[in-house]
Design a protein around this ligand. Structure first.
Ligand SMILES: [Mg+2]
Length: 376
């Protein structure tokens, strides 16, 4: 089997409600979708998502596409995806960084390879340990009353019992008060965590985490900017509440440094930021060896990208903090024929060949920015 073509599309899909983070409010989510076709016409598909252009991280959708088209695709054409680890190793020597771009092509190769063998992708990754995984929801409307109503409704529907609050935007002390009110309303039935998305300085973090710990918060994600690793170590030392590294935890080398120096004591995984599924498994192994708790993170992928994340998370032994693969619930529409299934507070790992998702080509065309590609 040989790779014949690689196509990269940028899609903008509206969300069901505004999703407010420290640096950006999402009303339309931009995803990058990859399609790799082999010499028999079989297709492998993949997706990564980005948040807020260049405001969350440096990997914009436009840069991901441009760098794959010019620098990565030449390493793929004519190659056999059964050797995807070797192909990725060759790419790693020719292309620095670009983790999201690498994740797009690696996962599309894995989807293609698994489909050619008529097996689920997780069987190429050691097989699944979990049939389903706990699913957190992010309360991010920015309004306390609305957030409490939303949490109560999802508890009633048995959809989520872990809620994460995005508290990096606005007055930190008012935000802490917002969190404490939500814990008072639903804390007896649900676990409440917070994500600061790098928005605090260390002094603010010291005041706020003390109050949050006192108030019963279960975890504090990326309170400080990525550069302030020493500050993360001091917070980890000072507080009992787990301090999670997300934006600061990308490459295997970064994860090693975080675990060695305790720049946090738990890690949010995301296949796109680690550069693919094999790298995600390596990162998880380093964290496991250090006794760090794991969280199955999301960049808010649609159903396809969520299936990719779920497939690799299913092969990892433990997620102390569950997962947050709620992306498909936030999108107004999807580019796959069927949606991801959710049941009894958990996401169900998709079965079926590849990542278990059949592409709806008309939807890909509809939401794709460029119409000049040979989408057929
Ligand atoms: Mg985060």
């Amino acid at each position: 089997m040989k790779i014949r073509s690689v196509d990269i599309y940028i899609l903008d899909i509206p969300t069901v409600r505004p999703h407010q983070l420290a640096m950006h409010t999402i009303v339309e989510q931009s995803i990058v979708v990859g399609r790799i076709i082999n010499d028999e016409g079989l297709e492998g598909w993949s997706e990564v998502a980005t948040i807020g252009g260049a405001s969350y991280g440096e990997g914009t959708p436009e840069a991901i596409k441009a760098n794959i088209d010019k620098y990565i695709t030449p390493h793929l054409i004519g190659k056999d995806p059964i050797y995807y680890s070797n192909i990725m190793f060759e790419i790693s020597k020719a292309v620095r960084g670009n983790y999201f771009a690498k994740a797009v092509v690696e996962t599309a190769m894995i989807d293609l390879l698994a489909k050619s063998k008529n097996i689920p992708a997780y069987e190429l990754l050691g097989g699944k340990i979990h049939d389903s995984l706990p699913l957190a929801w992010t309360l991010a409307s920015g309004d306390t009353v609305k957030d409490i109503e939303e949490a109560k409704e999802f508890l009633r529907q048995k959809r989520h019992k872990i809620f994460k609050l995005k508290i990096g935007k606005g007055d930190p002390y008012k935000n802490v008060d917002h969190v404490i009110k939500i814990i008072a309303a639903v804390g007896d039935q649900a676990r409440i965590t917070v994500d600061v998305n790098q928005a605090w300085d260390e002094t603010t973090a010291n005041y706020c985490i003390e109050a949050l710990q006192e108030g019963g918060v279960s975890m504090v994600e990326q309170p400080l900017p990525t550069w302030n690793v020493e500050g993360m170590a001091r917070l980890t030392e000072r507080f009992k509440v787990p301090i999670m590294a997300d934006e600061s935890a990308n490459s295997v080398q970064e994860i090693y440094q975080i675990t060695k120096h305790r720049f946090g004591n738990s890690i949010a995984l995301k296949p796109c930021k680690h550069g693919g599924l094999i790298e995600t498994k390596k990162v998880a192994a380093i964290a496991e060896g250090a006794g760090f708790g794991l969280y199955g993170g999301t960049m808010i992928e649609s159903s396809l990208g969520t299936a990719v994340c779920a497939s690799v998370y299913a092969t990892i032994p433990e997620f102390e903090f569950g997962t947050e693969l709620f992306g498909p619930m936030l999108f107004k529409d999807r580019i796959t024929v069927k949606d991801i299934q959710f049941n009894n507070f958990e996401i169900v790992i998709p079965d079926g060949p590849g990542f278990g998702m059949e592409i709806d080509l008309e939807k890909v065309k509809h939401y794709s920015r460029e119409y000049s590609y040979s989408l057929n």
